[in-house]
Design a protein around this ligand. Sequence first.
Ligand SMILES: C[S@@+](CC[C@H](N)C(=O)[O-])C[C@H]1O[C@@H](n2cnc3c(N)ncnc32)[C@H](O)[C@@H]1O
Length: 238
Amino acid sequence: MNLEDHINIIYENTYLNENINFLDLWKKVFQKIYPNKKPNFNDPGWMKRINKSFFLSKYFLSNIEMKGDVLECGVFKGFSSLLLIELEKLLNNHVINNYFLVDSFEGLSEILEEDKPKNKDVFRNQQGNLKANFEDVEKCFFEYQNVNILKGWIPNIFNVLDENNKYKFIHIDVDLYQPTLDTLNFFYDKVVEGGIIITDDYETPLFPGNKKAWQKFLFSRKISYFALPSGQAVIIKK
Ligand SMILES: C[S@@+](CC[C@H](N)C(=O)[O-])C[C@H]1O[C@@H](n2cnc3c(N)ncnc32)[C@H](O)[C@@H]1O
């Protein structure tokens, strides 16, 4: 049995709610973001990506009827943003004010000591890796009226946002220590009660800085969180 068979056993008949088939949605979004690519379900990395998308979608749905904005820091080509936006489109009752998608579109910022994997065999990312073409991303989201794409470096780019915005869902996927910490510092107090913050790289050998920043912020504020089996971590704000 190969890995793709396992993905099918777990997800083939998995519905996000009564009528949204998770794997169908995932494949549709993947095709839109990567029109010339086929997902290789036999690569273990893909199983991880699918698991993370599943948890992200479930948490996104869990407070969908609350009022508030949705923010993603770390957009790259737009896969996870589009997954949430397309998921929302399939629902009847929802109140999303605005989506804000934040990225340098110049790739990773400076790699600090905190970001360097201890194990020398683990691949080391460089500043500027994961650069996406801004115009292509803009095209992908052109049809959605309440989607705002913000190009710039974290944290400076946050200053263009209205300081009165309130957020009900924040996805942090910037990989690195400093922008993760900056995002939490800037937005935590702007999250509504019952709002959700989810980070992508809590347990990832490639990006140890994410967990360090997450724990530094949360421990200093005595905030509890839940580490998911996918390697993500999540806060539901009290
Ligand atoms: C792993 S990718 C995001 C993946 C994306 N969520 C997806 O679904 O494909 C990380 C992104 O963080 C962005 N990034 C890293 N450091 C940043 C910083 N300091 N300011 C703005 N963007 C940053 C990179 O440009 C990159 O696009």
